[in-house]
Ligand binder design. Structure first.
Ligand code: ADP
Length: 193
């Protein structure tokens, strides 16, 4: 099985490009943000707890997202692999993912990192807020906190995966989605070879 990680700051286009990659390579797209929003919509206890953290721009506990991911690994059948979007987001999650996969005799295949500047993050999220209506996209304070959370907790994963020789980066600042998607798909072709 293939285990790809779609990496990058909020608003980099992880979910958008994951859709195209999933289709082309028969992967199951797992977005921890979407799984958490589904729990919030259900009104589950997990969802209620997660919402208060998400609305502040903080991360939910590692154990929560790891449990959701492992459930999906166990349940989903008939795919060539998984495309993880928004997970892992901390060094603890990255190490735990390695352990979860090792138990299955598997490992991370490659990390596809979408890089954009903090300025672009702010512009993209402001634009998305108007379209998708996500509560955590609407407040400037929350967005700034998510950018800070990305730099302090998530960015260190770049070195972690570089050390494993699995890190691949594209500059995702082209003016159109199509141009950025073409870069992502071109990178995928070189990895899948
Ligand atoms: P974005 O693409 O804007 O980063 P996501 O949908 O991936 O948005 O995530 C929304 C929020 O859900 C995050 O800001 C965080 O609070 C929570 N979240 C998502 N994935 C994780 C994760 N792997 N670990 C902890 N919290 C997460």
């Amino acid at each position: 099985m293939k285990y790809y990680i779609m990496f990058g700051p909020p608003g980099a286009g992880k979910g958008t490009h994951a859709a195209a990659v999933r289709e082309k390579y028969n992967l199951c797209h797992l977005s921890t943000g979407e799984l958490l929003r589904a729990e919030i919509a259900k009104g589950s206890e997990l969802g209620l707890h997660a919402k208060s953290l998400i609305d502040k721009g903080s991360l939910v506990p590692d154990s929560v997202v790891e449990g959701m991911i492992e459930n999906q690994f166990n349940e989903v059948k008939g795919v060539a692999g998984f495309l993880l979007d928004g997970f892992p987001r901390t060094l603890g999650q990255a190490r735990d993912l390695d352990a979860i996969l090792a138990k299955r005799g598997e490992e991370v295949t490659a990390v596809i990192s979408l890089m954009i500047s903090d300025e672009t993050v702010k512009q993209r999220i402001a634009h998305r807020a108007a379209i998708e209506g996500r509560a955590d996209d609407a407040s400037e304070e929350t967005i700034n906190n998510r950018i800070k959370t990305y730099h302090t907790q998530t960015e260190p994963l770049i070195e972690y995966y570089k050390a494993q020789g699995k890190y691949h980066e594209v500059q995702a600042e082209e003016p159109t989605i199509e141009q950025n998607r073409a870069k992502v798909l071109a990178l995928m072709e070189t990895i899948e070879k």
